[in-house]
Design a protein around this ligand. Structure first.
Ligand SMILES: [Zn+2]
Length: 461
Protein backbone atom coordinates (compact mmCIF):
# COMPACT_ATOMS: atom_id res chain seq x y z
CA UNK A 1 0.00 0.00 0.00
CA UNK A 2 1.31 3.44 -0.87
CA UNK A 3 0.56 6.42 1.30
CA UNK A 4 -0.20 9.84 0.00
CA UNK A 5 3.00 11.84 -0.01
CA UNK A 6 1.04 14.76 1.43
CA UNK A 7 -0.16 12.76 4.40
CA UNK A 8 3.33 12.73 5.81
CA UNK A 9 4.88 16.16 5.63
CA UNK A 10 5.35 17.21 9.25
CA UNK A 11 9.04 18.09 9.07
CA UNK A 12 10.21 21.64 8.54
CA UNK A 13 13.36 21.32 6.46
CA UNK A 14 12.90 20.64 2.81
CA UNK A 15 15.87 18.35 2.75
CA UNK A 16 14.11 16.12 5.20
CA UNK A 17 10.89 16.23 3.32
CA UNK A 18 12.33 14.49 0.33
CA UNK A 19 12.52 11.44 2.51
CA UNK A 20 9.45 11.68 4.64
CA UNK A 21 7.52 9.09 2.65
CA UNK A 22 10.41 7.25 1.11
CA UNK A 23 9.83 4.53 -1.39
CA UNK A 24 12.31 2.51 0.56
CA UNK A 25 12.24 -0.46 -1.77
CA UNK A 26 14.56 0.90 -4.41
CA UNK A 27 14.91 -1.60 -7.25
CA UNK A 28 11.71 -3.58 -6.84
CA UNK A 29 12.32 -7.24 -6.10
CA UNK A 30 16.09 -7.49 -6.14
CA UNK A 31 15.95 -11.23 -6.78
CA UNK A 32 14.68 -10.74 -10.36
CA UNK A 33 17.60 -8.48 -11.10
CA UNK A 34 20.20 -10.50 -9.21
CA UNK A 35 19.43 -13.74 -11.10
CA UNK A 36 20.45 -12.00 -14.32
CA UNK A 37 23.48 -10.26 -12.78
CA UNK A 38 24.99 -13.56 -11.62
CA UNK A 39 23.76 -16.11 -14.14
CA UNK A 40 27.02 -15.97 -16.12
CA UNK A 41 29.47 -15.38 -13.31
CA UNK A 42 31.59 -18.54 -13.03
CA UNK A 43 32.23 -18.15 -9.29
CA UNK A 44 28.47 -18.46 -8.75
CA UNK A 45 27.31 -20.74 -11.54
CA UNK A 46 30.16 -23.24 -11.06
CA UNK A 47 29.70 -23.34 -7.30
CA UNK A 48 28.31 -26.70 -6.20
CA UNK A 49 24.76 -26.80 -4.82
CA UNK A 50 24.59 -26.10 -1.09
CA UNK A 51 22.69 -27.81 1.69
CA UNK A 52 20.05 -25.61 3.33
CA UNK A 53 20.77 -25.05 7.02
CA UNK A 54 18.65 -23.30 9.63
CA UNK A 55 19.98 -20.12 11.19
CA UNK A 56 19.78 -21.79 14.59
CA UNK A 57 22.03 -24.65 13.48
CA UNK A 58 24.62 -22.26 12.02
CA UNK A 59 24.66 -20.11 15.17
CA UNK A 60 25.01 -23.12 17.45
CA UNK A 61 27.86 -24.62 15.44
CA UNK A 62 29.86 -21.38 15.12
CA UNK A 63 28.92 -19.53 18.28
CA UNK A 64 32.50 -18.82 19.33
CA UNK A 65 33.64 -17.57 15.93
CA UNK A 66 30.52 -15.40 15.66
CA UNK A 67 31.17 -13.84 19.05
CA UNK A 68 34.68 -12.85 17.93
CA UNK A 69 33.47 -11.55 14.58
CA UNK A 70 30.75 -9.39 16.09
CA UNK A 71 33.29 -7.80 18.42
CA UNK A 72 35.51 -6.95 15.43
CA UNK A 73 32.51 -5.63 13.48
CA UNK A 74 31.78 -3.20 16.30
CA UNK A 75 35.37 -1.98 16.35
CA UNK A 76 35.30 -1.56 12.58
CA UNK A 77 32.06 0.43 12.70
CA UNK A 78 33.36 2.75 15.41
CA UNK A 79 36.51 3.41 13.40
CA UNK A 80 35.03 3.68 9.94
CA UNK A 81 31.47 5.01 10.02
CA UNK A 82 30.59 8.63 10.45
CA UNK A 83 27.94 9.37 13.10
CA UNK A 84 27.97 5.74 14.16
CA UNK A 85 26.08 5.16 17.42
CA UNK A 86 27.99 2.49 19.35
CA UNK A 87 26.19 -0.71 20.16
CA UNK A 88 25.09 -0.81 23.81
CA UNK A 89 27.36 -3.26 25.67
CA UNK A 90 24.36 -5.27 26.88
CA UNK A 91 23.64 -6.31 23.27
CA UNK A 92 27.00 -7.98 22.67
CA UNK A 93 26.74 -11.58 21.46
CA UNK A 94 28.30 -13.92 24.00
CA UNK A 95 28.94 -17.63 23.88
CA UNK A 96 26.47 -19.62 25.95
CA UNK A 97 26.24 -23.25 24.85
CA UNK A 98 23.51 -24.00 27.40
CA UNK A 99 20.90 -21.57 26.14
CA UNK A 100 18.05 -22.59 23.86
CA UNK A 101 18.30 -22.22 20.08
CA UNK A 102 15.62 -19.57 20.30
CA UNK A 103 17.52 -17.54 22.91
CA UNK A 104 20.73 -17.74 20.84
CA UNK A 105 18.93 -16.60 17.70
CA UNK A 106 17.38 -13.66 19.57
CA UNK A 107 20.77 -12.67 21.01
CA UNK A 108 22.30 -12.77 17.50
CA UNK A 109 19.59 -10.63 15.89
CA UNK A 110 19.75 -8.10 18.71
CA UNK A 111 23.55 -7.95 18.52
CA UNK A 112 23.20 -7.11 14.82
CA UNK A 113 20.50 -4.62 15.78
CA UNK A 114 17.99 -5.88 13.20
CA UNK A 115 14.32 -6.46 14.01
CA UNK A 116 14.20 -9.53 16.28
CA UNK A 117 10.91 -10.49 14.62
CA UNK A 118 12.78 -11.12 11.32
CA UNK A 119 11.93 -14.56 9.95
CA UNK A 120 15.16 -15.75 8.32
CA UNK A 121 13.05 -18.60 6.94
CA UNK A 122 14.52 -21.28 4.69
CA UNK A 123 13.14 -20.18 1.35
CA UNK A 124 13.98 -19.10 -2.16
CA UNK A 125 12.34 -16.80 -4.63
CA UNK A 126 12.43 -18.77 -7.89
CA UNK A 127 14.02 -17.32 -11.00
CA UNK A 128 11.15 -15.70 -12.92
CA UNK A 129 12.68 -16.97 -16.17
CA UNK A 130 12.69 -20.58 -15.01
CA UNK A 131 9.68 -22.83 -14.76
CA UNK A 132 11.56 -25.49 -12.81
CA UNK A 133 12.16 -25.11 -9.07
CA UNK A 134 15.76 -24.29 -8.14
CA UNK A 135 16.10 -26.93 -5.43
CA UNK A 136 17.25 -30.42 -6.31
CA UNK A 137 14.90 -32.61 -4.32
CA UNK A 138 11.81 -31.74 -6.29
CA UNK A 139 10.15 -30.54 -3.11
CA UNK A 140 11.04 -26.90 -3.46
CA UNK A 141 7.95 -26.18 -5.51
CA UNK A 142 6.12 -25.87 -2.19
CA UNK A 143 4.83 -22.36 -1.81
CA UNK A 144 5.48 -20.56 1.42
CA UNK A 145 3.06 -17.93 2.72
CA UNK A 146 4.13 -14.31 2.66
CA UNK A 147 3.98 -14.02 6.45
CA UNK A 148 6.28 -17.02 6.92
CA UNK A 149 9.09 -15.06 5.23
CA UNK A 150 8.22 -11.38 5.44
CA UNK A 151 6.99 -9.40 8.45
CA UNK A 152 5.68 -6.50 6.35
CA UNK A 153 2.16 -6.42 4.90
CA UNK A 154 1.79 -7.94 1.47
CA UNK A 155 1.41 -5.38 -1.31
CA UNK A 156 -1.58 -5.82 -3.62
CA UNK A 157 0.73 -5.98 -6.65
CA UNK A 158 3.42 -8.02 -4.97
CA UNK A 159 5.82 -9.87 -7.24
CA UNK A 160 7.01 -12.06 -4.36
CA UNK A 161 6.78 -15.84 -4.69
CA UNK A 162 8.37 -17.88 -1.95
CA UNK A 163 9.24 -21.55 -2.04
CA UNK A 164 10.14 -23.42 1.09
CA UNK A 165 13.43 -25.26 1.60
CA UNK A 166 13.82 -28.08 4.11
CA UNK A 167 17.01 -28.32 6.17
CA UNK A 168 19.43 -30.47 4.20
CA UNK A 169 17.76 -29.80 0.87
CA UNK A 170 20.24 -29.04 -1.90
CA UNK A 171 19.84 -25.71 -3.66
CA UNK A 172 21.89 -23.75 -6.18
CA UNK A 173 24.21 -21.00 -4.96
CA UNK A 174 22.58 -18.68 -7.50
CA UNK A 175 19.10 -19.22 -6.04
CA UNK A 176 20.31 -18.60 -2.48
CA UNK A 177 22.29 -15.50 -3.44
CA UNK A 178 19.58 -13.96 -5.62
CA UNK A 179 16.80 -14.71 -3.14
CA UNK A 180 18.68 -13.26 -0.17
CA UNK A 181 19.46 -10.08 -2.08
CA UNK A 182 15.78 -9.17 -1.67
CA UNK A 183 15.50 -10.15 1.99
CA UNK A 184 16.41 -6.87 3.74
CA UNK A 185 13.12 -5.49 2.43
CA UNK A 186 11.17 -8.10 4.46
CA UNK A 187 11.18 -6.17 7.74
CA UNK A 188 14.77 -6.51 8.99
CA UNK A 189 15.25 -2.77 9.37
CA UNK A 190 11.82 -1.75 10.62
CA UNK A 191 11.32 0.25 13.84
CA UNK A 192 14.92 0.24 15.06
CA UNK A 193 14.84 3.75 16.56
CA UNK A 194 14.31 5.29 19.99
CA UNK A 195 11.03 6.80 18.79
CA UNK A 196 9.86 3.66 17.00
CA UNK A 197 6.73 1.89 18.21
CA UNK A 198 8.72 -1.21 19.17
CA UNK A 199 10.22 -2.57 22.35
CA UNK A 200 13.61 -3.27 20.74
CA UNK A 201 14.04 0.18 19.18
CA UNK A 202 14.47 1.70 22.61
CA UNK A 203 17.28 -0.74 23.40
CA UNK A 204 19.27 -0.44 20.16
CA UNK A 205 20.86 2.95 20.72
CA UNK A 206 20.42 4.26 17.17
CA UNK A 207 18.77 7.45 18.48
CA UNK A 208 15.64 9.02 17.01
CA UNK A 209 14.71 8.40 13.37
CA UNK A 210 16.89 10.97 11.53
CA UNK A 211 14.25 11.90 8.96
CA UNK A 212 10.71 10.92 8.12
CA UNK A 213 7.72 9.96 10.16
CA UNK A 214 8.51 7.41 12.91
CA UNK A 215 4.99 6.02 12.89
CA UNK A 216 5.25 4.88 9.25
CA UNK A 217 7.03 1.51 9.19
CA UNK A 218 8.51 1.93 5.71
CA UNK A 219 9.98 5.31 6.65
CA UNK A 220 11.86 3.71 9.52
CA UNK A 221 13.84 1.41 7.22
CA UNK A 222 14.94 4.19 4.87
CA UNK A 223 18.10 5.28 6.76
CA UNK A 224 19.47 1.75 6.30
CA UNK A 225 18.62 1.58 2.59
CA UNK A 226 19.74 5.05 1.50
CA UNK A 227 23.08 6.81 1.88
CA UNK A 228 23.77 10.49 1.26
CA UNK A 229 27.54 10.52 1.09
CA UNK A 230 28.05 12.99 -1.72
CA UNK A 231 25.99 16.07 -0.90
CA UNK A 232 27.45 19.56 -0.66
CA UNK A 233 28.99 20.83 2.56
CA UNK A 234 26.33 23.50 2.79
CA UNK A 235 23.61 20.87 2.75
CA UNK A 236 25.33 18.88 5.49
CA UNK A 237 25.52 22.07 7.55
CA UNK A 238 21.86 22.82 6.95
CA UNK A 239 20.73 19.28 7.67
CA UNK A 240 23.40 17.33 9.59
CA UNK A 241 20.97 14.48 10.25
CA UNK A 242 21.28 13.32 6.64
CA UNK A 243 24.64 11.85 7.63
CA UNK A 244 22.87 9.39 9.91
CA UNK A 245 22.33 6.63 7.37
CA UNK A 246 23.70 3.13 7.89
CA UNK A 247 23.74 0.92 4.78
CA UNK A 248 27.53 0.60 5.15
CA UNK A 249 27.03 -0.91 8.60
CA UNK A 250 24.76 -3.60 7.18
CA UNK A 251 27.13 -4.32 4.28
CA UNK A 252 30.02 -4.83 6.69
CA UNK A 253 27.98 -6.99 9.05
CA UNK A 254 26.60 -9.33 6.40
CA UNK A 255 29.65 -9.51 4.14
CA UNK A 256 31.94 -10.49 7.02
CA UNK A 257 29.38 -13.02 8.27
CA UNK A 258 29.33 -14.43 4.75
CA UNK A 259 33.12 -14.82 4.72
CA UNK A 260 32.99 -16.48 8.14
CA UNK A 261 30.30 -18.91 6.99
CA UNK A 262 32.27 -19.87 3.87
CA UNK A 263 35.44 -20.28 5.91
CA UNK A 264 33.76 -22.59 8.39
CA UNK A 265 32.06 -24.75 5.75
CA UNK A 266 28.51 -23.36 6.05
CA UNK A 267 28.25 -22.57 2.37
CA UNK A 268 24.48 -22.08 2.44
CA UNK A 269 24.94 -19.21 4.89
CA UNK A 270 27.96 -18.00 2.94
CA UNK A 271 25.77 -17.30 -0.07
CA UNK A 272 22.81 -16.17 2.00
CA UNK A 273 24.73 -13.55 3.99
CA UNK A 274 26.44 -12.43 0.78
CA UNK A 275 22.99 -11.83 -0.75
CA UNK A 276 21.89 -9.87 2.31
CA UNK A 277 24.96 -7.63 2.02
CA UNK A 278 24.38 -7.13 -1.69
CA UNK A 279 20.92 -5.69 -1.13
CA UNK A 280 22.27 -2.55 0.52
CA UNK A 281 24.93 -2.06 -2.15
CA UNK A 282 22.30 -2.51 -4.87
CA UNK A 283 20.01 0.07 -3.25
CA UNK A 284 22.82 2.58 -3.54
CA UNK A 285 23.08 2.06 -7.31
CA UNK A 286 19.66 3.77 -7.51
CA UNK A 287 20.27 7.53 -7.88
CA UNK A 288 17.24 8.32 -5.70
CA UNK A 289 18.79 6.30 -2.86
CA UNK A 290 22.27 7.78 -3.17
CA UNK A 291 21.29 11.42 -3.48
CA UNK A 292 18.91 13.58 -1.50
CA UNK A 293 17.32 15.38 -4.40
CA UNK A 294 18.54 14.23 -7.84
CA UNK A 295 18.52 17.03 -10.38
CA UNK A 296 18.24 19.81 -7.77
CA UNK A 297 21.07 22.19 -6.94
CA UNK A 298 21.94 22.95 -3.33
CA UNK A 299 21.15 26.61 -3.92
CA UNK A 300 17.75 25.74 -5.34
CA UNK A 301 16.94 23.49 -2.39
CA UNK A 302 17.98 26.08 0.16
CA UNK A 303 15.98 28.79 -1.61
CA UNK A 304 12.84 26.67 -1.62
CA UNK A 305 13.45 25.90 2.03
CA UNK A 306 13.88 29.57 2.83
CA UNK A 307 10.56 30.36 1.15
CA UNK A 308 8.92 27.63 3.21
CA UNK A 309 10.37 29.02 6.41
CA UNK A 310 8.93 32.40 5.46
CA UNK A 311 5.52 30.78 5.20
CA UNK A 312 5.37 30.02 1.44
CA UNK A 313 5.47 26.25 1.54
CA UNK A 314 3.82 25.57 -1.83
CA UNK A 315 7.06 25.21 -3.76
CA UNK A 316 8.53 23.01 -1.08
CA UNK A 317 5.57 20.63 -1.14
CA UNK A 318 5.67 20.54 -4.95
CA UNK A 319 9.35 19.62 -4.89
CA UNK A 320 8.71 16.79 -2.48
CA UNK A 321 5.90 15.36 -4.58
CA UNK A 322 7.91 15.55 -7.81
CA UNK A 323 10.92 13.83 -6.22
CA UNK A 324 8.70 11.02 -4.97
CA UNK A 325 6.86 10.67 -8.29
CA UNK A 326 10.07 10.43 -10.32
CA UNK A 327 11.60 7.97 -7.89
CA UNK A 328 8.56 5.70 -8.05
CA UNK A 329 8.05 6.00 -11.80
CA UNK A 330 11.66 5.00 -12.52
CA UNK A 331 11.40 1.91 -10.33
CA UNK A 332 7.97 0.94 -11.58
CA UNK A 333 8.98 1.04 -15.21
CA UNK A 334 12.11 -0.99 -14.46
CA UNK A 335 10.15 -3.79 -12.77
CA UNK A 336 7.48 -3.75 -15.50
CA UNK A 337 10.18 -4.24 -18.14
CA UNK A 338 11.87 -7.08 -16.26
CA UNK A 339 8.57 -8.80 -15.50
CA UNK A 340 7.38 -8.55 -19.08
CA UNK A 341 10.67 -9.94 -20.38
CA UNK A 342 10.49 -12.84 -17.91
CA UNK A 343 6.88 -13.59 -18.78
CA UNK A 344 7.61 -13.61 -22.51
CA UNK A 345 10.96 -15.38 -22.12
CA UNK A 346 12.59 -12.43 -23.85
CA UNK A 347 16.14 -11.31 -23.53
CA UNK A 348 16.14 -7.53 -23.74
CA UNK A 349 18.83 -4.88 -23.38
CA UNK A 350 18.19 -4.86 -19.62
CA UNK A 351 19.01 -8.53 -19.10
CA UNK A 352 22.04 -8.16 -21.37
CA UNK A 353 23.27 -5.15 -19.39
CA UNK A 354 22.81 -6.96 -16.08
CA UNK A 355 24.90 -9.97 -17.02
CA UNK A 356 27.51 -8.07 -19.05
CA UNK A 357 30.84 -8.46 -17.27
CA UNK A 358 32.69 -6.27 -19.79
CA UNK A 359 33.03 -3.32 -17.44
CA UNK A 360 33.73 -5.23 -14.24
CA UNK A 361 37.47 -4.84 -14.68
CA UNK A 362 37.23 -1.06 -14.99
CA UNK A 363 36.31 -0.66 -11.32
CA UNK A 364 38.65 -0.89 -8.34
CA UNK A 365 38.78 -4.07 -6.28
CA UNK A 366 36.39 -4.56 -3.37
CA UNK A 367 37.29 -2.71 -0.18
CA UNK A 368 35.67 -1.06 2.84
CA UNK A 369 35.47 2.16 0.81
CA UNK A 370 34.04 0.68 -2.39
CA UNK A 371 30.33 1.22 -1.79
CA UNK A 372 30.74 4.76 -0.63
CA UNK A 373 33.45 5.94 -3.01
CA UNK A 374 32.51 4.01 -6.15
CA UNK A 375 28.89 2.82 -6.03
CA UNK A 376 27.19 5.73 -4.26
CA UNK A 377 29.39 8.35 -5.92
CA UNK A 378 28.51 7.02 -9.36
CA UNK A 379 24.77 6.86 -8.61
CA UNK A 380 24.70 10.34 -7.10
CA UNK A 381 26.39 11.74 -10.21
CA UNK A 382 23.51 10.50 -12.39
CA UNK A 383 21.06 13.03 -10.87
CA UNK A 384 20.61 15.51 -13.73
CA UNK A 385 20.79 12.86 -16.43
CA UNK A 386 18.10 10.78 -14.77
CA UNK A 387 15.80 13.74 -14.31
CA UNK A 388 16.21 15.03 -17.87
CA UNK A 389 15.65 11.54 -19.30
CA UNK A 390 12.53 11.03 -17.21
CA UNK A 391 11.20 14.45 -18.17
CA UNK A 392 11.75 13.91 -21.86
CA UNK A 393 10.53 10.30 -21.97
CA UNK A 394 7.61 9.84 -19.62
CA UNK A 395 4.16 11.43 -19.68
CA UNK A 396 4.36 14.84 -17.97
CA UNK A 397 1.41 13.94 -15.73
CA UNK A 398 3.56 11.36 -13.93
CA UNK A 399 6.82 13.28 -13.84
CA UNK A 400 6.19 17.01 -13.84
CA UNK A 401 2.79 17.57 -12.24
CA UNK A 402 2.94 18.19 -8.48
CA UNK A 403 -0.84 17.82 -8.17
CA UNK A 404 -0.49 14.13 -9.11
CA UNK A 405 0.53 11.64 -6.42
CA UNK A 406 2.15 8.66 -8.15
CA UNK A 407 2.35 6.66 -4.93
CA UNK A 408 -1.38 6.72 -4.41
CA UNK A 409 -2.23 5.92 -8.04
CA UNK A 410 0.59 3.48 -8.67
CA UNK A 411 -1.44 0.28 -8.69
CA UNK A 412 -3.70 1.71 -11.43
CA UNK A 413 -0.81 2.82 -13.64
CA UNK A 414 0.54 0.68 -16.48
CA UNK A 415 3.65 2.49 -17.63
CA UNK A 416 4.34 0.00 -20.42
CA UNK A 417 1.01 0.90 -22.07
CA UNK A 418 1.56 4.59 -21.44
CA UNK A 419 5.01 4.49 -22.99
CA UNK A 420 3.72 2.50 -25.96
CA UNK A 421 1.61 5.52 -26.91
CA UNK A 422 4.69 7.71 -27.19
CA UNK A 423 7.42 8.14 -29.75
CA UNK A 424 9.60 4.98 -29.74
CA UNK A 425 12.60 7.29 -29.36
CA UNK A 426 11.34 8.30 -25.90
CA UNK A 427 11.04 4.69 -24.88
CA UNK A 428 14.47 3.81 -26.25
CA UNK A 429 16.12 6.68 -24.41
CA UNK A 430 14.52 5.70 -21.11
CA UNK A 431 15.29 2.01 -21.52
CA UNK A 432 18.90 2.79 -22.42
CA UNK A 433 19.27 4.76 -19.20
CA UNK A 434 17.69 1.99 -17.11
CA UNK A 435 19.95 -0.55 -18.82
CA UNK A 436 22.96 1.59 -17.93
CA UNK A 437 21.92 1.78 -14.27
CA UNK A 438 21.30 -1.95 -14.17
CA UNK A 439 24.69 -2.54 -15.79
CA UNK A 440 26.18 -0.73 -12.78
CA UNK A 441 24.01 -2.82 -10.45
CA UNK A 442 25.39 -6.01 -12.01
CA UNK A 443 29.05 -4.96 -12.09
CA UNK A 444 29.13 -3.72 -8.48
CA UNK A 445 27.24 -6.76 -7.21
CA UNK A 446 29.83 -9.05 -8.81
CA UNK A 447 32.71 -6.97 -7.43
CA UNK A 448 31.28 -7.46 -3.94
CA UNK A 449 30.93 -11.22 -4.38
CA UNK A 450 34.50 -11.49 -5.68
CA UNK A 451 35.67 -9.52 -2.64
CA UNK A 452 33.72 -11.65 -0.19
CA UNK A 453 35.01 -14.88 -1.73
CA UNK A 454 38.54 -13.52 -1.51
CA UNK A 455 38.02 -12.65 2.16
CA UNK A 456 36.97 -16.21 2.74
CA UNK A 457 40.52 -17.27 1.71
CA UNK A 458 40.20 -16.75 -1.99
CA UNK A 459 38.55 -20.07 -2.60
CA UNK A 460 35.41 -20.71 -4.53
CA UNK A 461 33.32 -22.76 -2.12
ZN1 LIG B 1 16.15 -1.83 0.27
Amino acid sequence: MRLSIRSCIPVTLLVALALVCPAAFSWSNHSFVAYRAFEKMPEVTNAPPVSAESLEAFLKAEEKAIQALLISQEVWAQNNLEKYPSRPAALAFQVDPDRSDEARRLAFLMALRVAPTSKFALYIQPDPQQTQPSGNSGNSGNALTHSAVNTLPQDANSTYRYQTLRPGEMVSALAVLASASDEPDYGLDINLWDDSPSEWGKRYGFGALPFGNPSLPYATQAPFHMGFYHESRVLYLAAPFIKRTFPLLRINQFSTLSALAFRTGHTYWGWRFAGLALHYLQDLTQPYHASLAPGHSTTGLLWVNLLAMAGASGKKNDTVVLLSNRHLALEKYQIELLQRAARNKQDTSLEAALRNMGKDGSYPAWSDRYVRDVVAAQAAAYGSQVVSTLESSMPAAFISDPSFDFGVKESEIDLTSELAKRDPEDRNRLEAMIAELLGNFGAHSRTAVRGILKESHGTTP
